[in-house]
Design a protein around this ligand. Structure first.
Ligand code: LLP
Length: 425
């Protein structure tokens, strides 16, 4: 089983009997020839289709979809989604800078994260000639106090949502589970009330936010969090002079990497509509993976084969620095040959696809059934790499970061140049 290949499919180029993997209508083999490898290749439709599906699903209620910039922060991706109507969920001053570069309207921006600095707060309050952003999602008493003093110095009020930690198990990988009491994120229920009763003078309490984790496959965990959130909103509204006007429900739902069956976007939207229509609340969501995950692949070239008794190693030119998910979370990414013939030969051997980095953890895919005919120079596609792929890339082992290409229909454009050695120091 592999990820759905909606916008990535094998096609035969004109006058060719051989099939090659295409992104929309562009041959990935050609892109690799032109831009080299490792290479991230994205499909515009890959981003837009899930984004539009989310929009349709939330249509019955007032909402803003704030794309989680951390999942894919390429400015061209951000511009594409902004153009389609997305706002942005930011977690750093760097991401605020990117939002400014693509002119994201401030009233569609939320600033999340447990550790905002004074400088980041100042910059966000000053966004778009001082119009500022829609909300700071505040996670601690000390953060609220610092934000208050920064706002006071600027003679303004900072719009705030308190991030409530609902103590719900999202049943996902522990590293990306965030809604349990033991996690560093958010405020406990009692803290939310304490803060709401003593809101400092330069803070405007507008909303509440939650985010229980990423790659969520079970809507019941989200529903449990929604119920707890609604209960807190109702309780707060009993004493607040200005009632809560919005809730931010955090990141989106999981995707298929291998054989996971994620909830349908329509059902996720329907659950939100069921719980929040008629409440008068604006709904914000901060999806990253749902939109970007299956919009991109990482293309790598085979360097060498090493045969061992129990398995073969395919040493490729991409590594853990280019795509960190397999080494960091044992994340599964399907790996398929770019040349169709190599995908259907029936001579598969058990193979580990490994990179050149000097760590045993540098394995992009373990125990994969891959043709023994794959040899030096053959291209492989690592699927579902659109979210938390390039955005988590680094230069460990002094490896320049890969290039990124965006495909639309039959056209492609380079949206980030490959780094060079000169970029390393
Ligand atoms: N909002 C907040 C406050 C978040 O912390 C996150 C993700 C999101 C939204 C977006 O979540 P999504 O819709 O993508 O599930 N690097 C990990 C994922 C880390 C997620 C961190 N927070 C991975 O590659 O699986």
């Amino acid at each position: 089983m592999t990820a759905p290949l909606d916008n990535f499919s094998y096609q035969n180029p004109k006058n060719s009997k051989k099939g090659f993997l295409h992104a929309e209508n562009v041959s990935i083999a050609k892109l690799a020839e032109k831009h080299g490898t490792p290479l991230y290749v994205y499909s515009e439709k890959g981003f837009l289709e899930p984004f539009k599906a989310l929009k349709r699903a939330l249509k019955p209620i007032p909402h803003t979809i704030c794309f989680a910039v951390k999942s894919n922060s390429n400015p061209k991706v951000l511009a594409l989604l902004k153009q389609a109507g997305a706002g942005m969920d930011l977690v750093s001053g760097g991401e605020l800078y990117l939002a400014r570069r693509v002119k994201c309207p401030g009233n569609k921006i939320v600033f999340s994260g447990v550790g905002k600095t004074e400088r980041e707060m100042k910059e966000a309050l000053a966004y778009q000639q001082g119009k500022g952003i829609f909300s700071f999602n505040v996670e601690s008493v000390e953060e609220l106090n610092l934000l208050n003093s920064v706002a006071r110095a600027k003679k303004t009020k900072a719009p705030v949502a308190l991030r409530f930690n609902p103590d719900v198990d999202a049943k996902t990988h522990p590293y990306i589970s965030t809604g349990l009491k033991k996690n560093k994120f958010g405020l406990e229920r009692s803290e939310v009330f304490e803060l709401a009763k003593n809101i400092p003078s330069n803070i405007q309490l507008k909303g509440l936010s939650i985010h229980i984790g990423s790659q969520i496959l079970d809507l019941s965990a989200l529903e449990e969090a929604f119920l707890k959130l609604k209960e807190v909103v109702a309780e707060l509204n009993r004493f607040l002079k200005t009632p809560i006007s919005f809730v931010d429900l955090g990141g989106g739902i999981g995707i298929t990497y291998k054989d996971e069956v994620p909830p349908k976007i329509e059902d996720y939207g329907a659950l939100i509509v069921k719980h929040f229509s008629g409440t008068g609340l604006r709904i914000l969501i901060e999806p990253g993976r749902t939109i970007a995950g299956n919009a991109g692949v990482l293309i790598t070239k085979t360097l060498f084969r090493k045969s061992r008794d129990e398995k073969d190693f395919l040493v490729v030119d991409a590594a853990m620095n280019d795509l960190m998910r397999p080494s960091l979370y044992q994340g599964y990414h399907a790996i398929i040959p770019v040349e169709q013939e190599l995908a259907n030969r029936g001579d598969e051997v058990n193979s580990d696809v490994v990179g050149p980095v000097c760590e045993s953890a540098d394995c992009l895919g373990a125990n994969r059934a891959l043709s023994k005919s794959i040899s030096s120079g053959d291209l492989l596609a690592i699927l579902s790499a659109g979210a938390y792929g390039f955005s988590m890339a680094g230069t460990y082992n002094s490896r320049p970061k890969p290039a990124e290409v965006m495909v639309k229909g039959s056209t492609s454009r380079l949206i980030r140049k490959r780094e060079t050695y000169q970029d390393l120091p």
